[in-house]
Ligand binder design. Structure first.
Ligand SMILES: [Mn+2]
Length: 422
């Protein structure tokens, strides 16, 4: 019996009656003991099944398959004290002359740099191009050049007046490499780099490639925090819960389903927001219901309004350690034309900025990915990059506020809400 069909038979006695359908909740699959496993490519063996020589589905790749992922020999480098390196010549960092790092932030090259710098947030590029639409791999470097005239390192959030550039130690952690032909090998390396960030105690912001980035996100979350010890909020126009793997172990269309099947995350810790793209089979919604995913399709926002529906999401995730996987196509293509698979009827840029800020204020968020940005499809002003940059800044504002003890997601500075003139 395949792993998948054995999971399908794991039906618990508990039931849930909604509308016309009786739903039988599936039991969460058992978790692996990752601690006791041998390491393969720097990760517990169960996280990288494509490297398991005992699995008949695995084609054993020769050493050459690691060529892209081999770390540089640093033994000839000049010695330096570990810590973030400021790449900038000038105090003012306008985007036109700033050395292109995320937010003009200092660079960290190694886990030692992260630790020595007591880094709060590390931003890393994960350039994978495995969505057939193409071009997502260019997002990681594109997001280092934001074409607005303001300084790259200005950090006062207009909604809350917190200065996240001052309150937080933020670094650019460079990019992870990808093996351009092997999805699994790339996910392994991306998970390894994300794990380095989490192990240092910092929050990870990933500028992803295709939505397979989410699989690397799950791998790092389970590797660092252990199984069933985190929740995921998946923003997306698409469901991404396909049961078919297309010959791979996982891909951008089934990352969280794969994480659930592997026993890494509880069904009730799956949250999804914004789905509206046409799908091939209503059974995909059945899967979400069976595992107990708390989903919010776009029709719910349409029927009940943004305020009421978003409030529900905030209530449902309250108190959970979060991994946010933000497929940029959750936003309407009128605001973000540069996505792999645009779908009309999405969130506004303002709603998206608000949602990430509010989650970051209310919850302990350990990781957020921004996925499926394809600069090849962006407009001439690179407006999609600007929206992602503003979401990233709103997220940092939320993290900074939480550090100062503010946890009310509705918080805004009263000064920006009322001019005070009588
Ligand atoms: Mn997606």
């Amino acid at each position: 019996m395949s792993k998948l069909s054995s999971i399908k038979t794991l039906l618990a006695a508990s039931t849930m009656y909604t509308g016309l359908t009786m739903i039988v909740l599936a039991e969460d699959p058992a978790s692996p003991d990752l601690q006791s496993q041998p390491k393969v490519d720097g990760l517990p063996a169960d996280l990288v099944p494509w490297r398991d020589p005992n699995n008949p589905n695995v084609i054993i790749l020769d050493d050459d398959s690691k060529a892209f992922l081999t770390r540089r020999d640093r033994s000839e480098d000049l010695e330096r004290t570990p810590g973030p390196i400021n790449m900038q010549r000038y105090a003012e960092q306008w985007s036109k002359w700033a050395f292109p790092t995320y937010l003009g932030a200092p660079v960290a090259l190694t886990p030692e740099d992260l630790k020595a710098g007591e880094v709060d947030v590390a931003i890393v590029g994960l350039p994978s191009d495995f969505n057939p639409s193409g071009g997502q791999g260019w997002a990681a470097n594109q997001m280092r050049i934001i074409r607005t005239i303001d300084t790259a390192n200005k950090g006062v959030d207009p909604h809350t007046h917190v200065n996240y550039m001052k309150e937080l130690n933020i670094v650019d952690y460079g990019n992870a490499a990808q093996n351009p032909f092997q999805l699994g090998m790339s996910l392994g390396e991306h998970a390894r780099v994300l794990t380095e960030i989490l192990d240092s105690g910092a929050i990870a912001i990933a500028i992803g490639g295709d939505h397979g980035t989410e699989a690397a996100g799950h791998m790092a979350m389970v590797n660092h925090f252990g199984p069933k010890n985190y929740a995921t909020v998946h923003f997306d126009a698409h469901q991404d819960v396909y049961d078919t793997s297309l010959g791979a172990f996982t891909h951008g269309g089934r990352a969280r389903r794969w994480a659930w099947e592997n026993g890494w995350i509880k069904g009730k810790d799956l949250h999804s927001v914004g789905m509206r793209s046409p799908y091939g089979d209503p059974k995909l919604v059945d899967w979400q219901r069976e595992v107990g995913e708390q989903y919010h399709y776009m029709p719910e926002f349409e029927r009940n309004g943004f305020e009421e529906t978003w409030k529900k999401v905030l209530e449902e995730v309250k108190g959970k350690r979060l991994h946010i996987s933000f497929d940029v196509d959750a936003i309407d293509p009128a605001h973000v034309p540069g996505v792999s698979n645009p779908d009309p009827g999405g969130f506004t840029a303002l709603e998206a900025i608000r949602m990430v800020r509010e989650l970051a204020i209310q919850n302990d968020v350990a990781m957020i990915e921004f996925d499926e940005y394809s600069p090849l499809y962006d407009d001439t002003h690179y407006n999609t990059a600007i929206v992602i940059d503003r979401m990233m800044r709103a997220f940092l504002a939320g993290v900074a506020l939480r550090k100062k003890g503010i946890t009310d997601p509705n918080y805004m500075d009263p000064v920006v809400l009322d001019h005070g003139v009588k």
